[in-house]
Design a protein around this ligand. Structure first.
Ligand code: HEM
Ligand SMILES: *[C@@H]1O[C@H](CO)[C@@H](O)[C@H](O)[C@H]1NC(C)=O
Ligand SMILES: *[C@@H]1O[C@H](CO)[C@@H](O)[C@H](O)[C@H]1NC(C)=O
Ligand SMILES: *[C@@H]1O[C@H](CO)[C@@H](O)[C@H](O)[C@H]1NC(C)=O
Ligand SMILES: *[C@@H]1O[C@H](CO)[C@@H](O)[C@H](O)[C@H]1NC(C)=O
Ligand SMILES: *[C@@H]1O[C@H](CO)[C@@H](O)[C@H](O)[C@H]1NC(C)=O
Length: 353
């Protein structure tokens, strides 16, 4: 086992929290057919530790990477299910397109981190663990190592063989200017309810955003549901609607996974329309308040919602494959037919939502 001594305190905390209350860290949300909490217990028993240990080093250098990994998992799951399709790279896409502003908001580093994790895991266990499962575990570690709850996730996902088209991507990822009605509808199509919506939006307790994702609330007219001091500060960060700058999503504790995001909302300091609307709208306001005043409740509901989200349209059994490289399918079929699908796929990765 290659676990370094630095991680031992972290392992003890997890071991103790598991002993003290397995019921708390293991959700009661149903497990879909083909997945299980003990999927790799024989084929890769050290999987959790390998991933935790590597991410411990990554986050020690730069804790902001946790947000990128959490968001990557969300995007993977909402578009075509949690099948690692978001990780696929079109082999001959043009760099200019790939780097086109302002859409490059899924972090480059997150893709690299997933591939590094895959290399470690496959070195120790062989090619038995999917990239989709690695992304799921990386999201779990991102939450936990940022100060959030530890929770078990069902495993056994297989990697998809195809890309999502741009229209599939746009249709499935809710944009930041959605109101509560639109968000509730978008989440309902994934069998996620109002509690899940508010809890998952709590993922915005860590991470950053580019100006283009929220300047609809500043220009040409300022959104009256935004706190004036926040609006003034955001106008300094983003003097125009398309300034290439970033700001923190949670202004109280930007890199800590806690319930302060909901305190922000209660103070009209949510960044996106899709954040603040959860407090403005009577259908979700009470849920926001309950999470702002009870962090344990938020953690409990977040775990349930994450376990639900992490099981959306998964491939299991003999479906799909276990990729040797998270960025590419094992067998490139139809080498000469790439253009439309692969170029479209690039846009999944580049989507601004
Ligand atoms: C409710 C619908 C959601 C909308 C409209 C939304 C929208 C966005 C947008 C626009 C950004 C900023 C992108 C940029 O400009 O750089 C962002 C960032 C982020 N989102 Fe969401 N999101 C939603 C749900 C979620 C969920 C369910 C999670 C995870 C549980 C999540 C986790 C994150 C994280 C961690 C970041 C920061 C990423 C980073 O720092 O690189 N979001 N989101
Ligand atoms: C935005 O800024 C980042 C970091 O300074 C830089 O890497 C990126 O190329 C910039 N994008 C544009 C469109 O200028
Ligand atoms: C960014 O994405 C939006 C929709 O996803 C698209 O309409 C726009 O053309 C893209 N911009 C660039 C520069 O790629
Ligand atoms: C939400 O947005 C939709 C579409 O723009 C609009 O029809 C609806 O009236 C809005 N709902 C609320 C409660 O603002
Ligand atoms: C929504 O689902 C969660 C589990 O994720 C459950 O605890 C909650 O009772 C449900 N809420 C409603 C209003 O159905
Ligand atoms: C993985 O696949 C990507 C995309 O095809 C490629 O650029 C990269 O070199 C591959 N990595 C390895 C280690 O083969």
């Amino acid at each position: 086992m290659m676990v370094s001594f630095k991680i031992i305190p972290l392992m003890l905390v997890v071991a103790i929290s598991c002993l003290v209350g397995i019921s708390k860290s293991q959700s009661t949300v149903p497990v879909v057919n083909g997945l299980s909490y003990s999927y790799y217990s024989r084929s890769c028993p050290d999987l959790d530790f390998i991933i935790r240990d590597h991410l411990f080093d990554v986050f020690e250098r730069d804790i902001t990477q946790a947000a990128g990994l959490l968001r990557l998992h969300f995007h993977d799951c909402f578009v075509k299910g949690c099948d690692g399709s978001v990780l696929l790279v079109g082999s001959s896409s043009t760099p200019s397109e790939k780097d086109a502003p302002p859409n490059l908001t899924l972090r480059h580093e997150a893709f690299k981190i997933i591939n590094d994790l895959r290399a470690h895991v496959h070195y120790h266990c062989g090619r038995v663990v999917s990239c989709a499962d690695i992304a799921t575990l990386a999201a779990r570690e991102s939450v936990y190592q940022s100060g959030g709850p530890f929770y078990h996730v069902p495993l056994g996902r297989r990697d998809g063989l195809s890309f999502a088209t741009q229209s599939e991507t746009l249709a499935n990822l809710p944009p930041p200017f959605f109101n509560t009605t639109q968000l509730l509808n978008a989440f309902a199509t994934k069998n996620l309810n109002a509690t899940d919506l508010v809890a998952l939006s709590g993922g915005h307790t860590i991470g950053i955003s580019h100006c283009t994702s929220f300047t609809n609330r500043l220009y040409p007219t300022q959104d009256p549901s935004m706190d004036q001091t926040l609006a003034n500060n955001l106008k300094l960060t983003c003097p125009t609607a398309t300034t290439n700058s970033t700001t923190n999503l949670d202004l109280r504790t930007p890199n800590v996974f806690d319930n302060k995001y909901f305190v922000d909302l209660m103070n009209h300091q949510g960044l996106f329309t899709s954040d603040q609307t959860l407090y403005t709208d009577s259908r979700t306001k009470a849920i926001v308040t309950s999470f702002a005043t009870n962090q344990n409740l938020f953690f409990e509901k977040f775990i349930d919602a994450m376990v639900k989200m992490s099981q959306l349209s998964v491939l299991t059994g003999t479906q799909g494959e276990i990729r040797t490289n998270c960025s590419a399918r094992n067998v490139i079929r139809h080498v000469n037919l790439k253009s439309v699908a692969q170029v479209d796929h690039e846009k999944e990765r580049l989507s601004q939502y």
